[in-house]
Structures are given as C-alpha cells and as structure tokens.
Design a protein around this ligand. Structure first.
Ligand code: FAD
Length: 409
C-alpha cells in the first residue's frame, strides 16, 4: 500500500515510521523548506507517548534528545508547597516523561525516518487532493503531484486536508489563554533533577524545569483576549517580558525572577483547540494528530496523542481485512480518547466552560447523525485502563474488530 503523508511534524513522521514497520510504502510531504521546525516551543512527552515511540523503535533516540521528568511539585502563590507527585511510569527509564523542544523531537523522528530509507520531502506545501476509485492524487504549491492509495492529513491544527474530509468543519477556536514560553541559563530557581515545578500564581499559571545543563525551560498561561497575528509578529521579546512581569511579581514564587532573567528567547502564542467533532475520513483520506483533534495545551498530551495515533493506525492497517475497516477500527479506538483529552484540557483552561464545550460536542453529534444517518463515534462506552491502552499500543498484540476503546489520558 502506498501512503502519502501530508506534514512532517510529530504525527506525520511518527506515522511514517510506524507504517513503514507495518510494511506500507510511505512518503512524507512537509511544507517547511528544511525541517518541521517552529518558533521554538518545548513540550513534555508523557509515559504513553514514550510507550508509543517504543513500538516503532524511536524511544531511545527521543530519550537521548530530551531530559527526564520524574516528579511534579505544585506551589501556591504564597510560596508554600501544595503537593509533590511522581510523574507517570517512573520505574521504566524509557517510559519516563521527557522534556524537549518540539523541533528537537521532529528532528530525531525525521533522522530516524531517513535512516530507515523513508522518502521525506521538504518544501512541498500541500494545496489540494482528488480521490477516485483507484487512488488519491495530492497537489502541491510548486505544481508537483503525488499519487497513493491513501492520504494522511498530519498537517496540524490549521490543516489544509481537513476541509477535504469535512467541508463543514469549523476553524480552530481560541481557548481563552495566551501561552508564553522561554529559555534562560541566567536564572537559578529552586529545582531538583527530574522535577517539574508548577506555580499556581494569583494571575498566571507557570511551569518550569531545569535541564541537566542548567537551562531553565518555562511556560506561563495567562487568561486574556486573543492576540492578533500582527501583534505577535510585531512585539519584541523585551516587550512581552514587560507585559508578563507585572502579572507574576505579586506572587511569592520564583516566576518573576525566571522571566526577568530571560533575554531574547521568549515567545508567545494563542492556545487553540478543535472543540467540534470533525469528520476525520473519506474513502482515501484520514486526519491524524492535531489536524483531527487539537486540544489546548493544558493537559500536555497533544504530542503523545499524535504518537499513539501513529501506532494504532499502523496496527489497524496491518490487522484489518481491508482499508475501509482499518480506518473504521482506527476511528472507533481513537475518537473517545482524543475527544476526552480536548474536554479535559478545556476544563483546565479557564474562560472555556467545559460544560459549554460538552454541549458543543453533543450538538455536533446530533448534527452528524442527521447528516450521515449513523450515530457519531462516542466516548460513552470507552474504558479507562492503562493495561488496555498498553495492549492497544503493543505492537505484537493484534487489533481485532472487538478490541476495546480506551478513554482517559
Ligand atoms: C504552547 C504549546 C505547548 C504545548 N505543550 C505540549 C506538551 O507539553 N506536551 C504535548 O504532548 N503537547 C504539547 N502541545 C501540543 C503539541 O505541540 C501538538 O499536539 C503536536 O505538535 C501535534 O503534532 P502534529 O504533527 O499533529 O502537528 P504539528 O506539530 O503542528 O505538525 C504539522 C506539520 O505539518 C506541516 N504542514 C502544515 N501545513 C502543511 C501543508 N499545507 N503542506 C505540507 N505540510 C504542512 C507543518 O509545517 C508541520 O511540520 C503544545 C502545543 C502548544 C501550542
């Protein structure tokens, strides 16, 4: 089977590795001229993401690129510690949480794909696709085309593939928070190796972790109006720092000192999510990763969910009798879990009432039913079980028509 993957970010490159392992012939078409890099955000990969990576042999390379997080400490705005909890599966070194820049994760996955002989093409901006009984043809901005049996839209939250699988899909929505993040080697906040610090400030929530090399990685989430693209492009890091500092200074935490010690490596973005039930697939196209189910960043699960997608899709195509039943099986197994993550993340993102979000999801399901005559895939019957998730991801455990879906993250 020949599979065209649009987007060489986390979901796209991971899917390429997993599908290659399952025996498919894949090509990755990434718009960025030389990498899937972005403006420099970092992320934490949770144990479930590391478990997914292990299924296609990429956990060790990713583990080397990032640093371990084994505990999380929560501190209130008065400076008193509220709790310290272990993070994820700390017993297995390869399943520990990892902190790394998104661009580093993409680079490791891409290097692994190229090393395995996978066709990864840069500078190919997808613009459209047409499908027929025999296959699907992708068209790119440079006038080139590519032909395959299946096309995966792994092109992120602003997906260009999405309107092709769901012409009625709504655009991603602002989730109510600005996310600042930065890096500094000039701060010396309290820290312990492997511990991420969460600071529940009076106005902004902040998190930081100090790498073994002494670099502080930090983010801050602030409820406020959406920033325009122009404001983001035109505002300097120094100006963002000036705007953020007064929100942090009143708290008896290290938050303000960390931000004050951050020079040019300070960025901001709008938190967005896809809080409607999007139609993920046609006969020959399927959305994965953020293109299908972007959540606001609060649960820190978007990348791990994209890695899970890759494994479950590859196993579904490997184990189902034909492509249509493979895609159905994939959606039945994935939708409850990723929708739950969108709702959970919205719950942690003030200003977006989760009940309203839930109502939106329910309203869309009703619309889906009237449009297709069939009930929308639901999260109601999904189990919440780490053991079940491990079985679902385990490469050697077949995915059968009655494999149970898993919900919690
Ligand atoms: C501030 C912030 C913090 C986050 N923190 C975390 C965290 O701690 N943990 C976590 O797990 N997740 C986190 N996330 C979410 C995580 O970054 C995403 O879920 C993840 O990047 C999704 O991967 P993806 O491959 O689906 O999309 P992306 O990473 O967006 O990749 C999409 C790729 O498609 C390419 N592309 C786009 N359009 C086209 C086109 N037309 N043609 C060809 N290629 C195209 C892009 O260049 C890009 O390389 C965070 C997100 C944000 C915004």
């Amino acid at each position: 089977m020949r599979i065209l993957i649009i987007g060489g970010g986390i979901a796209g490159t991971a899917a390429a590795l997993a599908l290659d392992k399952a025996g498919a012939q894949v090509s990755v078409h990434e718009a960025h001229p030389d990498s899937g890099a972005d403006i420099g955000a970092f992320l934490t990969l949770a144990s479930n993401g590391m478990l997914a990576l292990a299924q296609f042999g990429a956990a060790e390379a990713v583990a080397r690129a990032g640093f371990e997080l084994t505990a999380m400490r929560l501190t209130g705005d008065t400076g008193s510690v509220v709790s310290t909890v272990p993070l994820g599966e700390t017993g297995d070194p390869l399943r520990r949480f990892r902190c790394l820049r998104r661009a580093e994760l993409c680079a490791v996955l891409r290097e692994e794909a190229v090393r395995r002989g996978i066709d990864v093409r840069h500078g190919q901006r997808f613009v459209t696709a047409t499908e027929d009984e025999a296959g699907v043809t992708a068209g790119f901005a440079d006038g080139s085309t590519a032909r395959g049996d299946l096309l995966l839209g792994a092109d992120g939250i602003h997906s260009v593939v999405r309107p092709l699988t769901d012409p009625e899909a709504t655009r991603p929505r602002y989730a109510g928070q600005r996310v600042f993040y930065g890096y500094t080697t000039e701060a010396t906040p309290p820290n312990e190796p492997g511990r991420i610090e969460m600071l529940r400030g009076s106005t902004a929530a902040m998190g930081y972790a100090v790498s073994p090399g002494g670099e502080t990685f930090w983010f801050a989430r602030v409820s406020a109006e959406e920033l325009s693209d122009a404001e983001i492009a035109e505002t300097t890091p120094a100006r963002w720092r000036e705007r953020l500092l007064p929100l942090l200074r009143p708290d008896a935490t290290p938050a303000a000192d960390i931000v004050a010690a951050t020079d040019g490596r300070l960025m901001v973005t709008n938190a967005r999510d896809l809080s409607t039930v999007t139609r993920w697939r046609t006969e020959r196209m399927l959305l994965i990763g953020d293109a299908a189910h972007a959540a606001s960043p609060a649960t820190g699960q978007g990348a791990s969910m994209a890695l899970e997608d890759a494994v479950v899709l590859a196993k579904s195509l490997r184990d189902a009798p034909d492509t249509r039943s493979a895609l159905e099986r994939y959606e039945r197994l994935r939708r409850p879990r990723v929708e739950r993550n969108i709702v959970d993340s919205a719950r942690l993102t003030p200003r977006r009432a989760p009940s309203r979000l839930q109502r939106t999801l329910e309203g869309y399901r009703a619309k889906w039913k009237s449009r297709t005559g069939a009930p929308a895939p639901s999260s109601a019957s999904a189990a919440t079980s780490d053991g079940e998730l491990a079985r679902q991801l385990d490469w050697d455990t077949p995915l059968t028509a009655d494999s149970p879906a898993v919900q919690g993250s």
